[in-house]
Design a protein around this ligand. Structure first.
Ligand code: SAH
Ligand code: SF4
Ligand code: F3S
Length: 479
């Protein structure tokens, strides 16, 4: 394909989506096959994913596009096309990407045909894109979170326009559906139910890089899950930054609890999970649906962020310590076998020793089954970044260590309470350390290791929990 031909094909592209991308996947495939023939081997593509489940899901879509366009998926970064799907929620996520770009540059020197692309949340920040334009000239393609569906078009273009291509959108109101996806697991899958976030917690960059909240139509969600089930999926994870506000802006509004009830009716689907719930709008209706529907897993992730009402207010979380405690108690009473997990930030601007003690107090009262603990990271452009009283690292670090110790102690105690019980596990893979064992996930999200082989992967088995190892179990199979 030469440049004239390329321009003709560009000209002939349909303007409507997803037809336009189907067209570009075909065009790209012609090119990829041609290059493969020249090289005498398949063209490979490698995606590295940073960050949360949203990004993991996006990467499956991106890989689906690449495979349809003729690339062979590879785990090896010495590939013909390498894509970093980035995260910017905390600064260390950004630093990891910059660190690895240097390594990619070395690989590219060995393979001049290599195309390096960056996408995801970091790319939505203009300062990041400026930095890459200036100091990482070897990057070929940059796009954002709102236009991942355009990968085939962008990459096709890059093969002919020999310069860095940047296409980052500020926001979007469109949801492009029905493009291919390459699932990482055959038996479980994430399913987006909404995109973006409107909560603007004062420390958080997600609303700026993921845009405003948009819910998908329930019919599209159900159809996607039905297709997944037909393809062997038994467990789905419904994804959104705040699933509890699902459906509020739909033409025919619908609550998240109603959506769950509809999803639970899908025959052949065995397990339903969801992430994440914001405490401010977790309804009694949702608690009741969780309690009454056995397909909904016994796990709720309910980020606390801080136990201090004063700090929660500064964080714009819209609930206080007492409200969180009351909510946690209600959930634990209604669903006693539920495992409650959380996220906590230490060192938010202005956090005093008394505030931190309040966080410890909530941790001790609620007794979380597990908790992700984070050191506050200043994100440019967020209100908290402009607050004056940033807490110095030497104050934050000891607090973080104290919290971690408390969280781990409680989580080990919680985990031991179920020893001797019989539960169902979905086998996810082989044990990394012992080839005679498999690892399975319990409904409450805790892992159990027990004897088995590769043929068990993807099946639901009954196991007895023999021993707790702090945050996972050793078990024996009953069925
Ligand atoms: N939408 C989800 C969270 C997404 S980000 C929710 O509200 O629950 C995942 C976690 O990262 C957050 O719960 C928070 O604990 C943490 N986090 C977000 N911004 C952060 C920052 N600037 N510094 C440290 N941790 C942060
Ligand atoms: Fe960030 Fe808050 Fe939105 Fe979660 S709810 S993504 S913490 S702004
Ligand atoms: Fe990171 Fe973006 Fe998720 S910033 S946590 S990958 S939404």
């Amino acid at each position: 394909m030469d440049r004239t031909e390329y321009l003709q094909r560009l000209e002939a592209a349909p303007s409507l989506e997803p037809d336009r991308q189907e067209y570009f996947m075909d065009q790209l495939k012609t090119l990829v096959l041609q290059k493969s023939r020249e090289l005498g081997r398949p063209m490979t593509a490698c995606i590295q994913t940073f960050g949360c489940q949203m990004n993991a899901k996006d990467s499956e879509k991106l890989l689906g596009i690449l495979e349809q366009a003729g690339f062979k998926a590879s785990e090896d970064e010495a590939s013909d096309f390498v894509l970093y799907n980035t995260c910017t929620v905390r600064d260390n996520a950004n630093q990891r990407v910059y660190g690895r770009l240097g390594y990619l540059n070395n690989l590219k020197k060995k393979n001049p045909n290599m195309i390096i692309a960056l996408c995801g949340c970091m790319m939505q920040e203009p300062t990041v894109v400026e930095k890459i334009k200036k100091s990482y000239r070897f990057v070929d393609l940059i796009f954002g979170t709102h236009n991942i569906f355009k990968l085939a078009e962008l990459l096709f273009t890059r093969y002919f326009e020999k310069q860095m291509i940047i296409d980052v959108w500020d926001g979007t109101d469109k949801i492009v559906e029905n493009l291919p996806a390459e699932r990482k697991y055959s038996f479980k899958s994430g399913v987006n139910i909404m995109y973006g976030c409107n909560n603007f917690c004062s420390y958080c960059i997600v609303p700026y890089v993921r845009g405003r909240e948009r819910s998908r139509n329930p019919e599209d969600i159900i159809k996607e899950i039905e297709a997944l089930v037909a393809d062997g999926v038994v467990e789905v994870m419904l994804l959104g930054q705040n699933v509890n506000s699902y459906g509020k802006t739909l033409e025919t509004p619908m609550t998240f609890a109603e959506l769950l009830k509809r999803v639970a009716k899908i025959e052949g689907l065995e397990r339903i999970r969801f992430m994440t719930s914001h405490p401010k709008d977790l309804s009694d209706e949702l608690i009741a649906v969780m309690r009454d529907c056995p397909k909904i897993c016994r796990h709720l992730h309910l980020p606390l962020q801080s136990g201090s009402s004063r700090i929660l207010k500064q964080m714009n979380r819209v609930y206080n310590k007492e409200q969180y405690l009351a909510l946690a108690k209600k959930i634990q009473t209604e669903i006693p076998d539920l495992s409650l997990t959380t996220d906590i930030i230490v060192g938010f601007p202005g956090e005093m020793e008394e505030d931190f003690e309040e966080t410890l107090d909530v941790v001790r009262k609620v007794r979380f089954d597990s908790a992700f603990t984070f050191i506050y990271s200043k994100r440019t452009g967020t209100p908290a970044a402009a607050m004056e009283n940033q807490v110095p690292e030497e104050v934050v670090k000891p607090r973080f260590d104290r919290l971690l110790k408390e969280v781990q102690k409680i989580s080990a105690e919680r985990c031991s309470k179920d020893v001797g019980k019989t539960m169902t596990a979905l086998v996810e893979g082989m044990d990394d350390h012992d080839p005679s064992m498999v690892t399975g996930r319990l409904s409450n999200n805790i892992m159990v290791h027990f004897p088995g082989d590769a043929s068990d992967i993807g099946t639901l088995l009954t196991v007895r929990l023999l021993e707790s190892r702090g945050f996972y179990y050793i078990g024996e199979r009953i069925s």
